[in-house]
Design a protein around this ligand. Structure first.
Ligand code: FAD
Ligand code: SF4
Length: 334
């Protein structure tokens, strides 16, 4: 790993000032489980590391604020996964975090770092492949003609077919969460669904954050569908593995009939993927297996497979059908 300068600012303002002074050579550090990994591989080469763990006292808490759940960006994945009130009121959050990575990583990694983790595309992580538009804009995409079994079938472009690898983001999508960020011009809040960008012709631009902006907090409203929510993750082995396909589902039911549905897919798309067509199809319908199958077909209708991952279309549909039926069958207490 290359040498770098290190500092630990204690306020967002101090971090922003240091980031601005260092210009493009700076990177923020939270748990380091993505950042240091990519620095060791030489994919990232920051000259200055700004360790944000000095912000943990103010922005690492888990708080119920009236009907809002406030999750500090520096809360550890394990702390949130194990929090009893989060598990009872927002099960999809606990499950998405508990099913991610390993206990060691969940103890280190933060929520903010989790949503900003980078793709696991092998060509992105291995410098011996020169063609990767995400690493070097305009260099090409080795995965399109390469081994692309784990790549995306939704939201891809001719410049990049990488999959968004995280789990927690899908939970935030179905709960209509928002994210608060601090930047040089002050603090702003945006819907979480607007944080990630599809690759288009600039796969290197992965989020709508301006350079240097810091995620401070996720805000999750309590809704009629928060408690009846779950995360189903299908992977090649039962632990310590990324999703091949996953579904976060939240339902508001009137008996067997769907009043409101929220669906986000993981492991299948370039970004955390809200399946709006499937949600609309479910509204007002009894949640039978046939209706769930029609919704799953609608969710994957736009899928464009690569040479090695056509199986993801059927797998994604089956995952969603299972998740919908399991969510409908949940015993929910008020
Ligand atoms: P860091 O590595 O510190 O930071 C990640 C990125 O975010 C960096 O670019 C950093 O500059 C930036 N950043 C961090 N915090 C902020 C902030 N508050 N504001 C602005 N920028 C910030 N994840 C899953 O979801 N599911 C899995 O199954 C899974 N399996 C894994 C298996 C392995 C072997 C490994 C190594 C990782 C796995 N992960 C998985 C990814 C892991 O969860 C992430 O690496 C972790 O969540 C990142 O959090 P961090 O705090 O360590 O981030
Ligand atoms: Fe790079 Fe994206 Fe192509 Fe992977 S899929 S090689 S990340 S451009």
């Amino acid at each position: 790993m290359r040498s770098f300068a290190y500092s630990r600012p204690s306020t967002p303002q101090a971090a922003l000032t240091e980031f601005g002074a260092a210009a493009s050579g700076a990177a923020y550090l939270a748990g380091g489980t993505t950042l240091l990994d990519l620095m060791k591989l030489d994919v990232l080469q920051p000259e200055r590391i700004l360790d944000l763990n000095g912000l943990r006292a103010d922005f690492g808490r888990i708080r119920q604020d009236g009907t809002l759940l406030r999750l500090g960006a520096f809360a550890k994945m394990a702390e949130v996964a194990d929090h009893p009130e989060v598990a009872a009121t927002f099960p999809v959050i606990s499950q998405s975090l508990a099913l991610a990575a390993s206990p060691q990583i969940r103890n280190m990694a933060s929520l903010g770092g989790n949503v900003l983790q980078r793709t696991r595309c092998a060509y992105f992580r291995d410098l011996s492949w020169s063609a990767c538009n995400k690493r070097v804009s305009g260099s090409g995409c080795a995965a399109i003609e390469g081994a692309n079994r784990m790549h995306a079938v939704l939201g891809t472009s001719s410049a990049c077919i990488a999959t968004y690898p995280g789990d927690f983001a899908q939970a935030l999508m179905v709960l209509d969460a928002s994210v608060t960020v601090a930047g040089p011009r002050g603090t702003r809040t945006l819907p979480f669904a607007e944080l990630h960008r599809r690759p288009g012709d600039r796969p290197d631009l992965e989020t709508t954050l301006a350079p240097g902006e810091i995620i401070l907090e996720f805000v999750v409203p309590t809704t009629a569908w928060s408690r009846r929510s779950m995360y189903l993750k299908i992977r090649d082995r039962q632990s310590y593995e990324f999703a091949v396909a996953s579904a976060a589902v939240a339902l508001d039911l009137d008996g067997d009939t769907v009043r409101e549905a929220r669906i986000a897919l993981g492991g299948l798309a370039s970004v955390p993927w809200r399946a709006s067509e499937a949600e609309e199809l479910l509204q007002g319908q009894p949640l039978t297996e046939d209706v769930a199958r029609s919704a799953a077909q609608a969710a994957l209708a736009e899928a464009t497979p690569q040479s090695h991952n056509e199986f993801k279309i059927e797998l994604g549909q089956s995952t969603l059908v299972r998740a919908l039926l399991q969510t409908a069958a949940m015993e929910v207490t008020e």
